[in-house]
Design a protein around this ligand. Structure first.
Ligand code: TXA
Ligand code: MG
Length: 332
């Protein structure tokens, strides 16, 4: 049976992590499905609970910068500069792994993903457990990552020992992933730490192959799987606000069970359900995954998502939104 606990009552959940159980922990990006990263049986349980292919490696979560030296080796000065600048926070760094890191966590790679979250409850429970916590996003494989307690419970009730309630995730999209294990820093997954922010610290950073097709061997293995897909078909409508609005209104004439995700407001009388994504890309990021799940709860068959191509956080929103739409994008 799954118990939901608050952040002031973490003792049993922390012990459970230590003893090889599964505990959903809140983080500032999305909720994570945590287990002891040194316990192979516990890691098996993560893959099983998510229905996740085991060739997709996990991120190890730590609470002190110095912990990274117990997990990784050959850490470059550039990698240290990034960690000094952005930890604790929404940045995951890929580094050469130490030999004792188990294959089940890294899916057999020679590298390991490490992140130090800033969410106080995440830090508290990881510290209390006394273990480093491997955690993917706490969704069933393929679904949008959960950013609110209800959506965690929808996917994970009955599959984990504890769910820790840490309020809504403030960022709403998963961490930025940067690969610092090779000669050139590579951005593998965009997030709240943007390309420009990385470039200020490591000027030679390049975009990695996070948009690769399924045949290539991806540097970020998770990127080859279907992601963030709600049950409804998502269609991104991108461009000038007025043109986007006119296009969607026209579609609604024929598709009467449609939802609309608006950006910077908008009225759609013919839509079955409308959700406002916000007025800037930071708000869009925070609202996107919860909105996709809410559309499904309302049973709409198509979601039209208003979008405008913007830099910074817009890159991370675009990456997740395009994937949720299976790259079904109307550019106006
Ligand atoms: O914000 C986040 O990063 C959340 C919270 C819970 O921390 N976690 C998260 O985990 O998004 P997950 O498992 O859903 O995504 C981790 C991604 C996957 O795409 C995986 O392939 C990639 O990180 N990854 C893990 N280890 C890697 C490695 N050694 N090399 C390249 N990519 C790696
Ligand atoms: Mg995930």
């Amino acid at each position: 049976m799954t118990k939901i606990v608050k952040s002031d009552n973490l003792k049993d959940a922390a012990r459970c992590l230590k003893e090889g159980g599964l505990v959903v922990i809140p983080t500032e990006t999305v909720y994570g499905l945590g287990a002891d990263s040194s316990n192979a049986d516990a890691i098996d349980k993560i893959y099983k609970a998510k229905g996740r292919p085991s060739d997709n490696p996990l991120i190890i979560h730590i609470t002190d910068k110095s912990d990274v030296d117990n997990i990784a080796c050959d850490i470059s000065q550039d990698a240290r500069r990034l960690m000094d600048k952005f930890w604790p926070g929404p940045l995951t760094v890929i580094l050469k792994k130490q030999p004792h890191i188990i294959d089940k966590v890294t899916a057999g790679l020679e590298t390991v993903a490490v992140r130090m979250p800033s969410h106080p409850t995440a830090n508290k429970i990881i510290k209390m457990s006394g273990v480093y916590v491997a955690a993917p996003s706490a969704n069933l494989s393929g679904s949008p990552s959960p950013t609110v307690l209800k959506h965690v419970a929808d996917d994970m009730m009955g599959r984990v020992d504890y769910i820790v309630d840490g309020n809504d995730s403030t960022i709403g999209l998963e961490s930025t992933i940067v690969d610092m294990s090779g000669d050139v820093p590579q951005l593998l997954r965009p997030g709240a730490i943007t390309y420009d922010m990385l470039k200020e610290i490591v000027p030679d950073v390049i975009y990695g192959n996070s948009h690769t097709d399924d045949d290539a061997v991806p540097k970020c293995p998770g990127m080859k799987y279907t992601h963030y897909s709600p049950k409804a078909d998502v269609i991104v409508v991108e461009g000038d606000k007025e043109a986007v609005s006119a296009y969607i209104k026209n579609c609604l004439e024929t598709n009467n069970n449609s939802g609309v995700l608006t950006y910077k407001g908008g009225k759609y009388e013919k839509a079955a359900f409308v959700i406002d994504a916000g007025y800037n890309m930071t708000e869009y990021a925070k609202n996107l995954f919860a909105a996709l799940r809410t559309f499904d709860e309302h049973g709409v068959s198509i979601v039209y998502a208003e979008f405008a191509n913007e830099f910074g956080m817009g890159e991370a929103v675009k990456n997740r939104l395009y994937k949720s739409a299976g790259f079904n994008v109307i550019k106006l």
